[in-house]
Design a protein. Structure first.
Length: 195
C-alpha cells in the first residue's frame, strides 16, 4: 500500500511564507554586505538554500526581491524603532540601532547607479521616516502647516541615514557619540521651532 502525503492549504501557505521570508532575509544580508549591482538572483538563491526558479516564483525579479526586503525592513522597523513619543534619547537610540543593522544597505541603495529601480522604495522609506518623526515629536512641532513641514524636514536631516553614515562611518564616532550628536541635533531643531 502506497503512503500518501496530506497537505492542508494552511501548511502549504505557511511553508511558502517561510520560504519567501528566508529568501528576503538572505537577500537583505547580501545587500548589507555588497552593492546592489553586485548581488545576483543566483547569489540570493544560493544564500537562501533554494533554486533560482524558487526565487523567481516568489519574487519574479531582482526588483521584486528588493520589494520583499523593503517589506521585511518595514515590519522589523516597526518593532525596532519603539520609543515613547517625545523621548528624544530613546527615539534616537532606537533609530541608530536600526541604522547599525541596515544603514549601510540603505546608503548603498540610495547611492546605487540603478536608482530608478530603487526610487520608489527609497521614497516610501523617506515617507515612513517622516511619519515616524511626527509620531515621535508631533506634540513639539509648530501648528502652522508651513512651519511644521519645515521642522519635519529639519528633523529628517538630523536623523537621516546620511547623517548617521557621516558621523559613524566617515568621522569614526562611536555608537554612543553618534546617538548623542543626533539627539543634540533633534533637540536643537525642536527648540528652534518654538521660537
Amino acid at each position: 500500500m502506497k503512503a500518501t502525503r496530506t497537505y492542508t492549504m494552511g501548511s502549504r501557505a505557511e511553508a511558502a511564507a517561510a520560504t519567501r521570508e528566508r529568501i528576503a532575509r538572505e537577500a537583505s544580508d547580501l545587500f548589507i554586505e555588497h552593492p546592489y549591482e553586485d548581488v545576483t538572483l543566483v547569489d540570493i538563491a544560493k544564500a537562501a538554500g533554494v533554486s533560482h526558479q524558487t526565487v523567481l516564483n516568489h519574487f519574479e525579479s531582482k526588483e521584486g526581491v528588493v520589494a520583499g526586503v523593503a517589506e521585511l525592513m518595514q515590519t522589523e522597523r516597526a518593532s525596532v524603532r519603539r520609543a515613547e513619543p517625545g523621548d528624544v534619547v530613546r527615539a534616537v537610540r532606537a533609530l541608530v540601532g536600526d541604522y547599525e543593522h541596515m544603514g549601510v544597505a540603505n546608503f548603498r541603495w540610495a547611492a546605487s547607479e540603478r536608482l530608478e529601480v530603487l526610487a520608489g522604495f527609497l521614497d516610501q522609506a523617506r515617507a515612513e521616516h517622516q511619519r515616524w518623526l511626527v509620531e515621535m515629536f508631533g506634540d513639539q512641532l509648530p501648528s502652522t502647516p508651513a512651519a511644521r513641514k519645515r521642522a519635519v524636514h529639519a528633523l529628517h536631516a538630523a536623523t537621516d541615514v546620511y547623517t548617521w553614515k557621516l558621523l559613524r562611518r566617515d568621522l569614526g564616532l562611536s555608537r554612543s557619540e553618534t546617538e548623542k550628536t543626533m539627539a543634540d541635533l533633534v533637540v536643537g531643531v525642536l527648540e528652534g521651532t518654538t521660537r
